[in-house]
Write a protein that binds this ligand. Structure first.
Ligand code: SF4
Length: 409
């Protein structure tokens, strides 16, 4: 009897696609435009990309310039990219609700990403909902106040975030929870997943730390530990809608796990997962998150820096990611559409042939490619191999299955 391949339907009749790809060409139109509205923030988080400061920078894009930026985003065409207003703390901008209204009038889905400060009140969320905000993301970097507040370096941040989360849900807003995966909270990931499961969220995004901004001072995980975490995320996808930020090799893990499941192979042995995975999985089972019949999981989408994703800084500088401090232009002097589609930097980042080391030799490069932000942060080379990936190209058995799935993606 011939063993099933991963492009065969699963026993329930569904054809599994372990990785989603955008329906349009992501080189022509991003799915996400992230705008750093300000760097001002009352918090002083240990990992802060923006190295946020208490006061606003006079060089920030003003209301008219931000409106022009949103017009440029609308010019990408439909369906319009999601316009995410982040910071710092976007609540530090008095014109936030007005900007949301203008973005919505231009046909943009507008999301906000506030900090867990005293400004995150019911009144503020009601104003944003009435202005037309479609979703909101909040950071939860620990399963309890001691861990989260220690990371955010301001007391009561956890309580404020939890209150904001519940209020946003009550108001009918979609909520994404972001969790920085680092030494301080890695053992708590199952407990954070349980929190997400209990409170409800549209997405839980595990942010794989990039050594930039204040994050450069945090103790990194090893590449083997990151494999353990990504495999746990795959398991937790049964019960919570998990995605990763700057963890592109989650797509490789999702594809490998699909292959191994269909082949009935032991993923722990084949992938060589370590004691961290065993501990996290045991805790997840203890919390009742795993072990039931598999439910619907949302496959990760193949989007990366400059390829579906673009970041605009508080001064209008365009970057492939908020964690990649290499500029491609400035929206004050050139349209975002032009910079995104034609700049040398963005075009180079879309070319898998530029990748070096293991990423350059990897069969998963077209759906993964590694975090260019972390490669740059660790080595100063944009195209160096991903330092947080332990995969050796060609190592997984069932190459025919992998090839078939990669072709279908
Ligand atoms: S070697 Fe690079 S391209 Fe391959 S899975 Fe790892 S990060 Fe992705």
């Amino acid at each position: 009897m011939t063993a099933p391949t991963t492009t065969d339907p699963a026993p329930d009749g569904r054809v599994r696609r372990p990785v989603r790809t955008p329906r349009h060409d992501p080189a022509d139109r991003p799915l996400l435009v992230i705008w750093e509205a300000t760097r001002a923030c009352a918090l002083a988080c240990v990992h802060c990309r923006a190295e946020a400061a208490p006061g606003r920078d006079p060089r920030e894009l003003d209301t008219a310039e931000a409106t022009r930026l949103m017009e440029q985003v609308a010019e990408f065409g439909r369906p319009a990219p999601i316009f995410v207003i982040t910071g710092g703390d976007c609540f530090e901008r008095a014109d936030l609700a007005e900007l949301v209204r203008r973005g919505r009038a231009l046909g943009l889905p507008v999301a906000v990403s506030p900090s867990g400060t005293a400004r995150l009140t019911r009144e503020a969320l009601v104003v944003l909902r009435e202005a037309g905000v479609t979703s909101l993301s909040l950071s939860v970097d620990g399963a309890d106040a001691a861990t989260h507040d220690g990371f955010r370096r301001v007391p009561h941040t956890f309580a404020r975030t939890m209150a904001g989360w519940r209020t946003a849900r009550e108001l009918g807003l979609k909520v994404q929870i972001n969790t920085t995966v680092a030494r301080h909270d890695v053992e708590q990931l199952p407990d954070i997943a349980a929190l997400v499961h209990r409170e409800g969220a549209m997405t839980w995004s595990g942010f794989m730390l990039v050594p930039t901004g204040r994050g450069a001072d945090l103790g990194p995980l090893t590449a083997a530990e990151v494999e353990d975490v990504l495999n746990l995320f795959y398991d937790l996808g049964q019960v919570v809608p998990v995605k990763t930020t700057e963890g592109h090799h989650f797509r490789r893990v999702a594809l490998q796990r699909t292959v191994l499941e269909r082949r009935g192979a032991d993923h722990v042995a084949v992938l060589g997962l370590g004691p961290l995975y065993e501990r996290l999985r045991a805790r997840s089972i203890e919390l009742g998150l795993l072990g039931a019949a598999e439910r619907r999981r949302r496959p990760p989408i193949s989007v990366s820096s400059a390829n579906g994703f673009v970041f605009v800084s508080h001064t209008g500088t365009v970057h492939p990611s908020g964690f990649l401090p290499v500029p491609a232009g400035n929206v004050r002097t050139a349209p975002l559409t032009e910079i995104y589609r034609t700049s040398k930097l963005f075009r180079a980042l879309r070319d898998p042939a530029r990748l070096q080391g293991r990423c350059g030799a990897c069969e998963y490069a077209t759906i993964c490619g590694g975090s260019r932000s972390r490669a740059y942060g660790a080595t100063g080379d944009l195209f160096a191999e991903e330092p947080w990936c332990a995969y050796r190209p060609g190592k997984l058995p069932y190459a025919v299955d992998v090839e078939a799935l990669l072709r279908s993606a």
